[in-house]
Ligand binder design. Sequence first.
Ligand SMILES: Cc1cc2nc3c(=O)[nH]c(=O)nc-3n(C[C@H](O)[C@H](O)[C@H](O)COP(=O)(O)OP(=O)(O)OC[C@H]3O[C@@H](n4cnc5c(N)ncnc54)[C@H](O)[C@@H]3O)c2cc1C
Length: 846
Amino acid sequence: MLGAIVSLLLVVAAAYAVTQVGGVITLAFSAAVLFLAYRRLSLLAFTVTFTVLLALYTTFGAPADIWKGLLWVLLAALWLLNVRPLRKALITRPFMAAYLKLLPSMSQTEKEALEAGTVWWDGELFTGAPDWAKLLAAKPPRLSPAEEAFLEGPVEELCRMLDEWHITHELGDLPPEVWEFLKSRGFFAMIIPKKYGGLEFSAYAHSCVLAKISSRSPTASSTVAVPNSLGPAELLNHYGTEEQKNHYLPRLARGEEVPCFALTGPRAGSDAASIPDTGVVCRGTWRGAEVVGIRLNFSKRYITLAPIATVIGLAFRLFDPDKLLGGKTDIGITCALIPRSTPGISIGRRHFPLNVPFQNGPIQGRDVFVPLDCIIGGPAMAGSGWRMLVEQLSVGRCISLPSNTTGAAKAGVWATGAYARIRSQFNTPVGRFEGVETVIARMVGLTYTMDAARSVTAGAIDGGEKPSVPSAMLKYHVTEMGRQVCNDAMDVHGGKGIMLGPRNYLGRSYQITPVAITVEGANLLTRNLIIFGQGAIRCHPFVLREMNAARNPDRAAGVDAFDRALFGHIGFTLSNAVRSFIMALTHARFTRAPVAGETARYYQHIVRFSASFAFAVDVAMLTLGGYLKKKEGLSARLGDVLSSMYLASMVLKHHENQGRRAEDLPVVEWACRNLLYHAQEQLHGFLRNFPNRALGALMRGLIFPRGLIYSAPGDRLAHRVAGLVTAPTETRDWLCHGIYWTLEPRNPLGLLQEAMLLAGQLEPLLKRIRVEGVKTGKVTALDLPGQIQQAHAAGIVSETEAAALREYDRKTMDLINVDDFASEELGIRAQPLEASLAGQSRPHVA
Ligand SMILES: Cc1cc2nc3c(=O)[nH]c(=O)nc-3n(C[C@H](O)[C@H](O)[C@H](O)COP(=O)(O)OP(=O)(O)OC[C@H]3O[C@@H](n4cnc5c(N)ncnc54)[C@H](O)[C@@H]3O)c2cc1C
């Protein structure tokens, strides 16, 4: 409504201006100036062009004297700004001095976190004018023949061996033969280089392996993810001494050593840099000899693989009170590898993570003495632990959890699409009800987004990027989307999803969902503090440059760099304000898109949101400064806008990578609409909650002059999208590609697909029974077996057709049925039935 009023007012104002003397020239002058700002000319080019335009305007446009005077003053100021020595003396130096006072001090750990990794597409989204060529030129991720063979061979075989009910309910662990298989086939060695006996897989292959295992068993996929993620192998690979690599990597690759990595403790979870675990440099005895080493005291918890680990990657804070290493006394966070058998270590007890019994437990160490060469990278790397961790997290967080969650989501879509086809209520497959279609469409759209994000980002890693900000975006958004998909799958399955037992293929994935939400940076922290907090400084084209320039000890060089960054920044902000306003008014219709066709509009909208986002970020940073970090609600919303643009870009690139398949367009549309709608809502929420109301209103005027006109995916689209997975379509196969869907007696994903295919083939027969039998009264039975029998007797279906229908009914009911147990089978201590019944009749005491 507001948008319509503003648009109307603008049209009326323009029409009025045109009717006035010189109105056309005024309009043309204003449009030309806005165009210059939109196109981001340099200050000099802008000043020269503005001079010419102003000369023409004041000659032919005859503006009022006061207006004319103001414009010439503005021009004079612009020319003065082009004289760098003058502007440095008058503006840059005083501004830089004030800026330095406001600049929050930064701890070494914060600095290291900020500098970790590389800036990739995330940086482009901060510019307000992303360079699409950069994204579209990136090579699509591909598997090598060896990687494909691994997926088709050992991974397929592993999936066949896994029985999640047996693992979770009966064994409380993976069976010994599965452990042996995992170790001997190199599942723990995907990131270890070949020269040390590892598989040296690409990030994309690593991701595909995890996704496939996850579609079968969350216990196994969690187990495989950890040694291939942040931990001893990864740290040794990048920072280990040659001696450490030669000793440990081949043993880890062969599975002779089982690693774990212990950072978290009872007192330091999210704030991991505050670990109270200590190592003190001192003399001690190691294997009979006196050496300089470290005495460790630590208490860790939640450590995956700890109960069975043979080598512990340990993070602690190192002190050197006697300066035996020659330098500081507080050396900082350090990572070391400690053999399990070292005296003083208590290890082996287990936590029980939500009924999914991958190995996880606490570790304590009391006066554990180890030599200095246990430090990863040797004594030279003492104190570099935090940098090592954050650098490696920028890759690891893009892979483990996003891949596991995407694999589970694909399995959820595959199963739910088929189940919604074979499960009928009110004489209709449940997947055909509009309310269920909406939910299935959401599952499909989110899963496509998750798959796009994990595969395109893995491709970027294989191309040499270490995308630290996208790693946080993927960690948060992919796991949150996975949680939504999992909830939706449970809803569509009804009671079938709830009753645990060998026939339940959803329950354990549902139970393990909070694990993905919590590990590797809990989601609330990641959304509120990390995505935007890190992105704003790391990806912004000017902020880090300004900070570094202001802190430069070489003052002259600092002022020079600060001056360039500052004036670049001012032009950038003004240009983004103009771009945001114009693209919002035109609904980005005239914005350049790198492709033609149905997806072009989404590229245009991303550019529009990028400009609005960049403008809002600058206003927020300029007016709120360090306070923005405390206003988590605001930074979380800005992080959401950035993430939505990033994910929508991944969806578009994924669509290109897959050959622009026309059949997938409804899904691409759903995914982009959903993300861009979210971007709009979060940006609006940011503006509504901006502490300075007047500034918030001004920004709203420039960013949403027509109001909130971008709409979420509608019902018609949901109907088309749901139809793509409740029937055997190519989109269904492509979307869920890479899961364990082999048709075999113990694989529900294979059996559901088989039943769905049969449902489609036999639909005409079922219709014939309804029309010729039930409606005419020849078939009166209430259940399908009875109806088949009567229809056969009445000659409505042949013997062969009746047999096919009976087989279909058997297979379908086998999938729809759930398990039941005697109490003892559930481990419930037997109690006489009378006692339970007596309990029921006890009077209720409030
Ligand atoms: C199954 C499992 C396996 C794990 N494996 C390992 C492992 O192998 N090695 C290892 O070292 N650790 C491991 N962890 C630990 C994991 O990394 C931590 O659980 C995680 O860092 C969160 O710490 P916490 O659980 O103590 O939560 P807390 O730090 O107590 O946080 C509680 C809540 O507050 C939120 N929060 C905290 N600070 C902020 C903030 N500033 N802004 C907004 N929200 C905030 C968090 O997001 C969280 O939601 C594992 C954990 C689990 C559950």
